[in-house]
Write a protein that binds this ligand. Sequence first.
Ligand SMILES: *[C@@H]1O[C@H](CO)[C@@H](O)[C@H](O)[C@H]1NC(C)=O
Ligand SMILES: *[C@@H]1O[C@H](CO)[C@@H](O)[C@H](O)[C@H]1NC(C)=O
Ligand SMILES: *[C@@H]1O[C@H](CO)[C@@H](O)[C@H](O)[C@H]1NC(C)=O
Length: 429
Amino acid sequence: MLLPVLLLLRLVHAQCTAHNSLAFLSPVSSAPAITATAVFSNLSSPRGIVFDSHHNLLVVERGLGITAFTSSSPTCNGWLRTVVVQNANFTQGLQVHENSLYVSTSGEVWRYVYDPLSRTVHGGPQVVINGIPPDGELTTRPILLHPPTNPSTLLVSCSLASNIDLTARLPSSGRSQIRSFSLLAPPPQPFFTGTLLAYGIRNPAAFAFLPSTRLWVVDNGASIDNVTGLTAAFVNDNPADELNLVDLSDPAPPAEGRFYGFPDCTTIWNPDADPVGDPQYTGFERGAQFSLLLEPERGNAWCQDVKNNVPPRLSFQAHSVPLDLKFFFPTPTTTHSSQSLPHAWAGDAFVTFHGSFDRTPPTGYAVVRVPFSQSEPAATAGDTVLVQASDLATCPGTCIRPVGLAFSHDGRLFVSSDSSGELFVISAA
Ligand SMILES: *[C@@H]1O[C@H](CO)[C@@H](O)[C@H](O)[C@H]1NC(C)=O
Ligand SMILES: *[C@@H]1O[C@H](CO)[C@@H](O)[C@H](O)[C@H]1NC(C)=O
Ligand SMILES: *[C@@H]1O[C@H](CO)[C@@H](O)[C@H](O)[C@H]1NC(C)=O
């Protein structure tokens, strides 16, 4: 009975860490004028994170539940961690608006009545969305309230059942798609009654609006190691991971036509990865669509026709594994301090790269900034690394594996790192 007792002790006692007292498990490197500071460690695979209205950072700790981190507690001169809800089934999705706390499980979205003052929930959860096809290989299940200040809709995603999931071609599979639900409709709402916003997005791991009718979505490319005709050198650098745009202001194509390619079409990262073994791609540009030739009628020409397949707006290094996306919007209530991120970054996107499991040498293990200009990725700029594991050759090991992102009210960027069990913050140096 040793284990349950230890687990109980860990849960009932709030924990406190002093400010600036922690070291990262593995060293990280930061961009000039930026610093990364560990806030908490020994967490249970922290994934989605979000700030409540009282500046508590709420975290999905996988296998444990929802925890709250507060830096203004009278009992702790640092960050205090308390358990809000104990439930091992939460995935990654987490949203909070005033007294409503939304979490996702593999097959449902739940709402709790939440009190940010006491950091507790009242009563059991209400099932808001049910009947989501349970996640297969990847359990992300992000959710998004929109618009953030006075939400009227909830966006819910479903990822793939398997690495190259042929069922994802059909919206009726529920796979690799994003649906929208009115918060006014009586719960529970079955997943398949939601409005289909986009499909063929393999693992829509995170999404955010900029501006309010344009939904930006990060997606993880498939492992194409076993696709006929592709060499090990080619798949080491392909396909790209993606930043997609779902333009909801555009009436055409209709939602049923918003197909983003998975499983048939994918994206070139490095056309010259193997000019001897796979010379057929050397004329392609980065970001171009190519076919995995799963069906003869869905070849390269089919994939490159935007009437069939919407290509990404931006490509990320193959095997980066983007898992969250947040835009930086300093508001009139943002408090400025010497630690706030530069105001010049307003409107830019920030993305976590969880990192590769099958690339040599490893890539990712980073948080990047994607400069935007007038609500579009700034041409050709791509992404710039803010913070990254210092020695990628040692990863995964105890390297940071960034997942969730949340901006604090004072313009700093908080990050969860699941396998290293850490929370850290990115601020101006
Ligand atoms: C994390 O847990 C390990 C093993 O229980 C312990 O040795 C270490 O002190 C803990 N670190 C922190 C920062 O709590
Ligand atoms: C978690 O999910 C499993 C499988 O569906 C279920 O048996 C269990 O009761 C759930 N746990 C909680 C705390 O809801
Ligand atoms: C490729 O096939 C090998 C051998 O069957 C298998 O072990 C591996 O998991 C497959 N890789 C992918 C990405 O499907």
